[in-house]
Design a protein around this ligand. Structure first.
Ligand code: AHM
Ligand code: MG
Length: 332
């Protein structure tokens, strides 16, 4: 029962977005519409994911297309679905996607917003029926409406995000997002085809006893982080690592814990991407009272220098992130 929080029970995502829009009568409603566009694409992608295991026997289900072509990979399908929704919606002028080397210029110079997206994250888990996710960031363009998009429209630091969210395709499908006024989570009801507010005003625990890191990288990471990992073990923390960023992040956000993707000897900037992975989750983390750093700087203050730039990521419960930073910087 959410009534104590001022929400009626059973509020749908559409209604929730509308109720927030009503707080800003002079706003144009384009951001609200953009969020709805993303939610609709999410439902389509969710349907494709649910069918994924059937794709090899697709012929029997009429799923091979008329040309008899092989099914496209799910991450490619998700990319097409999201870019199509963003193109048709009309609020967006440019998209940065993990699946595309270059910025996608939607040739819509009246679009106010720029979207950075990882349409389907957790590639190693896609084929094996394990939780995967979508991550997105929304920025307002900085150059004048009506003019062609410029690099500065897409290369904005995370602290300029106007909204960010993720979708977790897990045992249930959830959409979690922020517009800078707290974090709210919605769970998908399959038979009704609707997201319902299930996790209003998410607040992350200040600490926790879960650490999430690919320990296979142990001998390649900084000594300070190794010491932090050892400290977690000494404290009898639980190790939990799905290998899908959204799923690992979501668990730690709700239950308390820390996720680390470190820089390594071979990859000093780690693996994760600043523009469409780290920034969105950092914004959500901070809005929920958690923290995100690259070990030196706040993620949200990093000024991007390239589209697909990587960054080490330490994210999660406030106290644990501070602790990891102290170890990393040799203060412990
Ligand atoms: P991807 O964009 O190729 O899917 O890679 C990102 C994923 C994250 O979801 C996950 O946290 C990380 O890679 C896992 O990497 P590793 O297998 O090196 O631990
Ligand atoms: Mg990814």
């Amino acid at each position: 029962d959410n009534s104590a929080l001022g929400y009626s029970v059973g509020i749908t995502l559409d209604r929730f977005i509308k109720s927030k829009q009503d707080d800003f009568p002079f706003a144009s409603g384009e951001l609200s519409q953009l969020l709805r566009d993303i939610a609709l694409a999410t439902k389509i992608v969710n349907r494709e994911i649910n069918r994924a295991g059937l794709s090899n026997i697709g012929g029997a289900f009429g799923q091979t297309n008329v040309q008899g072509e092989e099914q496209q990979k799910l991450d490619v399908v998700a990319n097409i679905r999201f870019t199509r929704a963003l193109t048709k919606g009309g609020e967006v002028c440019a998209v940065v996607s993990e699946e595309d080397d270059e910025v996608i210029d939607l040739q819509n110079n009246s679009g106010k917003y720029v979207v950075a997206i990882d349409p389907l994250d957790g590639s190693s888990n896609i084929d094996v029926n394990i939780s995967i996710g979508t991550v997105f960031s929304i920025y307002r363009r900085v150059t004048p409406l009506g003019s062609p998009i410029q690099p500065e429209d897409v290369m904005q630091p995370g602290n300029k995000q106007v909204a960010a969210g993720y979708v977790l395709y897990g045992s249930s499908t959830m959409l979690v997002y922020t517009t800078g006024h707290g974090v709210n989570g919605f769970t998908y009801e399959n038979s009704l085809g609707e997201f319902f507010l299930s996790h209003p005003d998410i607040k992350a625990p200040e600490t926790g006893n879960v650490y999430s890191i690919n320990e296979g990288l142990y001998y390649q990471m900084a000594e300070g982080l190794r010491n932090f990992v050892c400290d977690c073990k000494k404290k009898n923390f639980s190790a939990r690592y799905i290998g899908s960023l959204v799923a690992d992040f979501h668990r730690n956000l709700l239950k308390g814990g820390i996720y680390i993707y470190p820089g390594t000897d071979n990859n000093p900037q780690g693996k994760l991407r600043l523009l469409y992975e780290a920034n969105a989750l950092a914004f959500i983390a901070e809005q929920a009272g958690a923290k995100a750093t690259n070990g030196i700087d706040r993620i949200l203050d990093m000024v991007p220098t390239s589209l697909h730039q990587r960054t080490p990521l330490i994210i999660g419960s406030r106290d644990l992130v501070q602790e990891a930073e102290s170890f990393l910087n040799g203060k412990k």
